[in-house]
Write a protein that binds this ligand. Structure first.
Ligand SMILES: *Cc1c(COP(=O)(O)O)cnc(C)c1O
Length: 436
């Protein structure tokens, strides 16, 4: 690393000339925290290296997919082998069938899946399918949950309950979101009122069961139970968006976690992404046979994709699913993630800094707050300024966490107990600064 040239800054300046904001997905731009995004040159295990040759312990993991850490040997081998057989055929392959079978075995709430290329595409297609299968137009989503950037989902709450949402992005006509009802997460009374008023018109309720897009917020068990009951009562489809939680919080996803507390619990539809591609562009959605048979070419709901079920991506996904299915994988991952959160809590407490956190499997969140928030409004009571200080002070110490306080974090199987201890030690220094 040279002392004089900041290669990240140079690349960022160059990138800004040719790519809007210098990035291909907004949160990468460090807008929320300020400063220069790190341009990554390589990654191995729990670490990434930037253009200056600086190493970081990576708690983003490509926003979730890298559950095995970077460059897992079995995954690399599977991808190398697949590449030699061709990149894409636009025709079916055995590997797609194998991946579909592997997913269905792990998540028995579904009978069939369709493979696509991104979580956005999977969520968007799920809504079309839910509408086609029910013959209804309306959908419920919750404030703070993210389901990709399809038009109908870029919505914030309207002025009152039972009014439909307002677009959160320019370019989304109000007519396009007029069927989307936005409710507060974990608010049972509001949910009941919405169903009482609109229930007969609701095609689906889409939720992140453990939300990772307003930092880390769990849906309470009574809330999930009520979502299930009301969907059943009114004939709406309950959609679990497990793009982040699927194969991340447990081998069977968040639905397996809630099924432990709510006997017999199942969502009607599931959206998947991130971990199932192991870092390659791959996502999926699935449901019971009766719902999935509405999809083309069997049914009248159209959905398609040139690169869907891509042979290299499916090889990567299959090798990843194989590795995470080994006995004890989630016990070990959960133990390390919990050790990190409890280490951070203790370090903050020792310096008198308000702090709390939570985790499930390899997914985690923490806050510069005394108690865990239950919804988006409470998450946003966190101080941006203090989070930014935490973020940059950790980055300076070689710890790479998400550059925004409303993002969850991820631990991989490649993180060692020593990595966790080193991160806690770095955080202790940072909490000293924050306590002043
Ligand atoms: C990441 C994410 C998406 C969108 O997936 P992309 O692959 O980025 O399009 C959808 N839903 C949830 C819950 C996510 O975390």
């Amino acid at each position: 690393m040279t002392q004089h040239t900041d290669h990240n800054l140079q690349l960022f300046e160059r990138a800004k000339q040719v790519i809007p904001g210098g990035v291909n997905s907004p949160v990468r731009a460090f807008r929320a925290v300020g400063g220069t995004p790190r341009f990554i040159t390589r990654a191995q295990g729990a670490y990434i290296w930037d253009a200056n040759g600086q190493r970081y312990t990576d708690y983003i993991g490509s926003w979730g997919p890298m559950i095995l850490g970077h460059g897992h040997p079995a995954v690399v081998e599977a991808v190398q082998k697949a590449v030699l057989e061709g990149f894409s055929y636009g025709a079916p392959t055995e590997r797609e069938v194998e991946l579909a079978e592997a997913i269905l075995k792990l998540m028995p709430s579904m009978d069939m899946v369709r493979l696509v290329s991104s979580g956005t595409e999977a969520a968007m297609s799920t809504i079309r399918l839910a509408r086609g299968a029910t013959g209804r137009s309306k959908l419920i989503k919750f404030e703070g949950c993210y389901h990709g950037h399809a038009d109908a989902l870029l919505v914030k709450a309207g002025s009152g309950l039972a009014t439909f949402g307002n677009p959160t992005s320019a370019g989304v006509p109000p007519e396009v979101v007029q069927h989307t009802l936005v409710l507060e997460y974990n608010n049972i009374a509001q949910l009941e009122a919405a169903f009482a008023e609109q229930g007969a018109d609701i095609a689906c309720l889409m939720m992140e069961p453990i939300c990772g897009n307003m930092n880390f917020v769990r849906a309470s068990i009574p809330f999930v139970k009520r979502c299930r009951e009301l969907c059943t009562q009114y004939g709406a489809l309950l959609v679990f968006d497990e793009v982040m939680t699927g194969f991340r919080v447990a081998l069977g996803g968040a639905q397996s976690v809630y099924a432990q507390a709510i006997p017999g619990f199942e969502p009607d539809m599931t959206v998947m992404g991130k971990v199932i591609g192991g870092g390659m562009p791959l996502a999926a959605f699935g449901a019971k046979r009766a719902v999935m048979e509405h999809l083309a070419p069997l049914g009248t709901v159209y959905q398609a994709g040139t690169l869907s079920g891509n042979p290299v991506a499916t090889a990567c996904g299959l090798a990843t699913l194989h590795a995470i299915s080994q006995p004890g994988f989630y016990d070990d991952l959960s133990r390390k993630t919990r050790a990190l959160i409890s280490g951070l809590c203790q370090a903050a407490a020792a310096e008198g800094v308000p702090f709390c956190g939570d985790s499930e499997g390899g997914m985690m969140g923490f806050y510069l707050l005394d108690t865990l928030p239950q919804n988006y409004g409470q998450v946003m009571q966190s101080s941006n300024e203090r989070f930014n200080q935490l973020f940059h002070s950790l980055l300076d110490r070689g710890v790479y966490i998400a550059p925004a306080l409303y993002e969850a974090g991820f631990v991989s199987a490649a993180h060692t107990d020593d990595d966790i201890a080193a991160t806690v030690a770095a955080a202790r220094e940072v909490f000293k600064i924050l306590s002043k």
